[in-house]
Design a protein around this ligand. Structure first.
Ligand SMILES: Cc1cc2nc3c(=O)[nH]c(=O)nc-3n(C[C@H](O)[C@H](O)[C@H](O)COP(=O)(O)OP(=O)(O)OC[C@H]3O[C@@H](n4cnc5c(N)ncnc54)[C@H](O)[C@@H]3O)c2cc1C
Length: 303
């Protein structure tokens, strides 16, 4: 399989037994049997074709900023859509981005060009692909507010283009996750603004993040979705779990909605901490917290 992948994407874009702790913001995770980084849709489709033919499981990732990979790793091919597929074009008020482009880079480009609308995303450390799958959002903005259309490779191998309406966005969800298609490219509609005003708004949001979030530790951002009518962090705090710790996995003392890795946490410790938080919040308030973080390589149901 290694040779096949090397032929398809080039030897310098494939790794065997690659530790996923080096590719996730949680800084945990065992080896991916193979990690491959295609540079275009043709290579991506070829890798998927090769996996299917060989009966090899495969999955897609971006920057690994919403991902908990198990200590055992992933016994298949992880296809990483990242730097090799990260072009950004600007045409008038429109921005076209390949799936691997980082939101942070897109936001600063938009700022330089005097295009407003992406400020909310300027502190989200994910790719456009990862952000569209879960309709990433912050400080009152969401991807759905600025998306015009999205190009995907569907499960049956067809290239499709979805309008914003067809994306069926909801709170931290879109049709992409449900149907298992892969985001290739997106077109965003921004609006004219001044670089100074846009920069000021981005700075303001950055200050809020630094003040409220435990950015000094490895994490995957907010661990749980917001249950309707509540805040996950507040429920966790009220359940007496501020600072609750298993090994080096901890409910952040600064922001209870974040599970952090204090340095040497394992994926099992993080997963167990998440499970216990869910259990104790349910016991205290009858509310089931659902994870925003995606699990890979654990087997069975997502937590
Ligand atoms: C410090 C910090 C702060 C954060 N703040 C926020 C925030 O304010 N708001 C917010 O919404 N999130 C936030 N996050 C979480 C995370 O950055 C977002 O969820 C981001 O959109 C994930 O993108 P990614 O490229 O890292 O995806 P990954 O973590 O690599 O993948 C996440 C999921 O998306 C799927 N996926 C990735 N790329 C594609 C693709 N091209 N096609 C199909 N599926 C794909 C993967 O299979 C996986 O299921 C934060 C994370 C951190 C570490």
């Amino acid at each position: 399989m290694l040779e096949i992948l090397q032929k398809l994407v080039g030897t310098e874009h494939v790794w065997a037994e690659e530790p996923m702790k080096d590719h996730t913001t949680f800084r945990v995770g065992g080896p991916a049997r193979y990690l491959a980084e295609p540079k275009d849709t043709k290579e991506l489709a070829a890798v998927i074709g090769a996996c299917t033919k060989a009966g090899m499981p495969f999955t897609v990732m971006g920057n690994g900023s919403n991902l908990l990979v198990s200590d055992a790793g992933y016994n298949g091919v992880i296809i990483r859509l990242f730097k090799n597929m990260s072009h950004i074009w600007i045409s008038g008020h429109f921005m076209i981005l390949e799936a691997g482009a980082l939101l942070i880079r897109a936001a600063s480009m938009a700022c330089r060009e005097g295009l407003a609308g992406l400020e909310f995303a300027s502190g989200i450390p994910g790719t456009v692909g990862g952000a569209l799958v879960m309709n990433a959002g912050a400080y009152g903005g969401e991807m759905k507010d600025i998306v015009c259309c999205v190009k995907v490779l569907s499960k049956d191998g067809a290239l499709r283009e979805y309008t914003k309406e067809e994306m069926d966005f909801g709170y931290r969800r879109s049709r992409i996750a449900e149907e298992g298609s892969i985001v290739l490219e997106a077109e965003l509609r921004l609006c004219p603004g001044t670089t100074e005003e846009i920069r000021a708004r981005m700075e303001e949001l950055k200050e809020q993040r630094v003040r409220k979030q435990p950015l000094e530790y490895a994490s995957a951002g907010s661990t749980f979705k917001r249950p309707e009518g509540y805040f996950a962090g507040k429920l966790i705090e009220d359940a007496g779990l501020r600072g609750f710790r298993i090994g080096d996995a901890q409910v952040s003392e600064k922001h209870c909605g974040f599970v952090i890795n204090r340095g040497n946490a394992t994926a099992s410790e993080i997963a167990e901490l998440i499970r216990q938080v869910q259990e104790r919040v349910y016991a205290a308030f009858g509310i089931r917290l659902q994870t925003e973080v995606k699990f890979l390589g654990f087997g069975g149901e997502p937590l």
